[in-house]
Design a protein around this ligand. Structure first.
Ligand SMILES: C[S@@+](CC[C@H](N)C(=O)[O-])C[C@H]1O[C@@H](n2cnc3c(N)ncnc32)[C@H](O)[C@@H]1O
Length: 241
């Protein structure tokens, strides 16, 4: 089995933007989410992007005026972020997001951890620990935004096969195998290369965490004004210090 770091390095990083409909589609989706009337720097202006990937959140937030610290394990995705960011104020850090307090001061106005990044941690205890570290690092009134798929309910049979994206030369689908605390996520990629279809396959684990569990842990860490929304099984929570 590949670790999360290996899975991204060997399989996902290369097609990450593509699987989200292309780089511009990923950016536009987040421009629509981070509305200027809700997200505009008011105090320190420093935003931390945990598991920043290729910058789908960092770039829109930098365009809104935040100074970004973008942390990710994957060098390929960070290189893509750097290329796309131009002169925007985005500091890249290649590290485990659990180590973020080694890089930042306790004056963050905004922390984001989006699109399942929380589920890539190894245990629920690490998620709870991260929440209390984020709470400490935020300014009073600071905000924490997260989004993740609620994998707590078990899909059965063929419902576990998920089409992700298909185009003329590349087809990506996922298969989910449910365990007690985690789901094994198999990425199955067919690429048309040198007049042949070539199969790439690999799997990694994601945590099974419900919306209710996340809300409970955030509350225990001290967060207030929790605002969870769910759309097609995908949960977004905004929480305030
Ligand atoms: C599903 S992607 C989300 C990327 C971006 N936030 C987005 O919405 O497109 C998860 C990202 O988290 C990174 N990641 C996973 N575990 C990590 C960890 N422990 N520390 C730092 N980055 C991690 C992966 O390399 C990947 O870029």
């Amino acid at each position: 089995m590949a670790s999360v770091a290996e899975h991204y390095d060997q399989t996902l990083a290369e097609i990450y933007s593509w699987m989200h409909g292309g780089f511009n589609a990923g950016i536009q989706k987040n421009i629509a989410f981070f509305k200027p009337e809700l997200f505009a720097p008011k105090s320190s202006g420093i935003a931390l992007d945990l598991g920043a990937g290729c910058g789908f959140q960092s770039i829109p937030l930098a365009k809104l005026g935040y100074s970004i610290i973008a942390i990710d394990l994957n060098s390929k995705l960070l290189a893509e972020l750097q290329k796309q960011a131009g002169n925007l104020p985005i500091q890249l850090v290649q590290d485990d997001l659990l180590n973020f307090s080694q890089t930042v001061n306790d004056n963050l106005e905004l922390v984001v951890c989006m699109t399942d990044t929380l589920l890539h941690l190894e245990t629920k205890e690490q998620v709870a620990l991260l929440f209390s570290k984020v709470f400490s690092a935020l300014e009073p009134g600071g905000q924490f935004v997260m989004s993740f798929r609620d994998l707590s309910k078990t899909l059965e049979g063929t419902d576990r096969f998920l089409p992700i994206r298909s185009e003329k030369n590349c087809i990506l689908s996922c298969f989910l195998e449910y365990e007690l605390e985690t789901v094994k996520v198999y990425d199955i990629i067919y690429r048309y290369q040198n007049a042949n279809w070539k199969l790439y396959k690999s799997f990694y684990h994601k945590l099974r965490v419900s919306q209710d569990w996340m809300v409970e842990q955030l509350t225990q860490s001290g967060f207030k004004k929790l605002n969870p929304t769910t759309e097609a099984g995908f949960v977004t929570i905004t929480a305030s210090k």
